[in-house]
Design a protein around this ligand. Structure first.
Ligand SMILES: Cc1cc2nc3c(=O)[nH]c(=O)nc-3n(C[C@H](O)[C@H](O)[C@H](O)COP(=O)(O)OP(=O)(O)OC[C@H]3O[C@@H](n4cnc5c(N)ncnc54)[C@H](O)[C@@H]3O)c2cc1C
Length: 319
């Protein structure tokens, strides 16, 4: 059995689901959780349900907003007082920014963007994509502990039968030190929907949408099935969608349960961001479009006809 710390982030009062996915997979290990700031009682209960024995809330001045320097320092200070074998986090934008920095501070090994792992005998063995997902590498970490791991959201899935932990909350006084780059303001995106990287269902549109206004037909479908809307780079470069919606090599990497690609050709750079989706549906007028080589279900036809029909049918089914 290993001693493990899982760094958690929250969305509102809830724990990001990637944390719960990681906790579920770590059942049988001695698991503690750390967060920066306060946690709601709802979040505390979720973490306990999924196996957290202790929940450390690192609190101090200068930690109100995320800053790479401040968060890395307080986590380093805290981890240095403990005896963890592994430190995990979601491969979110914060995890991707923070964990290489932390691993560097400890001069320790790190496995990033892991999509599957085991803890046989308390030792981590994972799988991670390489070369934009064209191949998968088996990874183990050697050298001084703790070892650091980030896990791609939605890759593991939630366990149906979590093993509960004590969930004892502990406040830890933290000193953020001198932070050279301060976040002065956070301007929220227009969408209140789940971030693409966490979404369970994604409806994405390509250049063929022809305008920003036409993305409304994807929004309509997304609203009915509880999806988040994404876009190809061609759609983003054409000004139809903001960069935050871009899926692919130079956008976001996603792994939803269902990915519906509407009028997207399936270029290698787009596939790099969504090929690990569990089920892929493609709608395209061109029967030879490369996206069909990856799709589980393909519909050859005009998205402007098919998407509204799908929306109506889902409305009936789900009402
Ligand atoms: C370094 C680099 C990084 C890149 N990063 C990314 C990235 O992160 N993400 C990304 O997506 N791309 C990326 N690209 C661009 C990528 O190569 C493609 O150009 C892009 O993905 C194409 O977008 P698209 O499929 O929307 O457009 P197109 O390739 O133009 O395809 C449009 C598709 O829509 C179909 N179509 C047309 N009308 C309809 C209709 N009415 N109904 C249904 N189907 C229709 C067509 O048959 C066609 O298959 C990158 C490229 C480079 C060089």
């Amino acid at each position: 059995m290993s001693n493990i710390l899982v760094f958690t982030e929250t969305t509102g009062t809830k724990v990001k689901s990637v944390t719960l996915e990681i906790l579920g997979r770590l059942a049988g290990q001695n698991i503690e959780v750390a967060t920066v700031g306060e946690l709601s009682s709802e979040a505390t209960a979720e973490l306990a349900k999924y196996g957290a024995q202790k929940i450390h809330c690192l609190k101090g001045a200068g930690l109100e907003n995320y800053s790479p320097e401040g968060y890395a320092k307080v986590l380093k200070d805290f981890i240095s007082t403990q005896n963890y074998d592994y430190v995990f986090a979601g491969s979110t934008s914060t995890g991707k920014d923070l964990f290489p920095r932390l691993a560097g501070m400890f001069q320790a090994g790190m496995a990033s963007e892991v999509i599957n792992f085991t803890m046989d005998g308390g030792a981590f063995a994972g799988t991670r994509p390489l070369f934009a997902g064209k191949c998968l590498a088996k990874v183990e970490i050697t050298g001084p502990k703790p070892h650091f791991v980030t896990v791609r959201p939605n890759a593991l899935g939630l366990t149906d039968s979590p093993t509960a932990g004590a969930g004892t909350k502990v406040d830890v006084a933290a000193d953020a030190g001198a932070i050279r780059a301060l976040v002065k303001e956070i301007i929220k995106g227009a969408s209140e929907k789940l971030d693409l990287t966490e979404a369970n269902i994604i409806v994405s549109g390509g250049r063929s949408l022809k305008s920003a206004e036409n993305f409304k037909i994807l929004d309509d479908l997304a609203n009915v099935i509880g999806a988040t809307v994404g876009a190809s780079r061609a759609a983003v470069d054409s000004g139809f969608a903001p960069h935050a919606m871009q899926v692919g090599q130079t956008g976001k990497t996603v792994a939803p349960t269902l990915y519906i690609a509407c009028g997207i050709s399936g270029a290698i750079q787009h596939l790099a961001g969504m090929r690990t989706s569990k089920v892929i549906v493609a709608i395209n007028t061109d029967p030879d479009a490369p996206i069909f080589t990856r799709a589980d279900y393909g519909i050859v036809g005009d998205l402007f006809k098919i998407v509204p029909i799908m929306t109506e049918e889902f409305k009936k089914l789900l009402s």
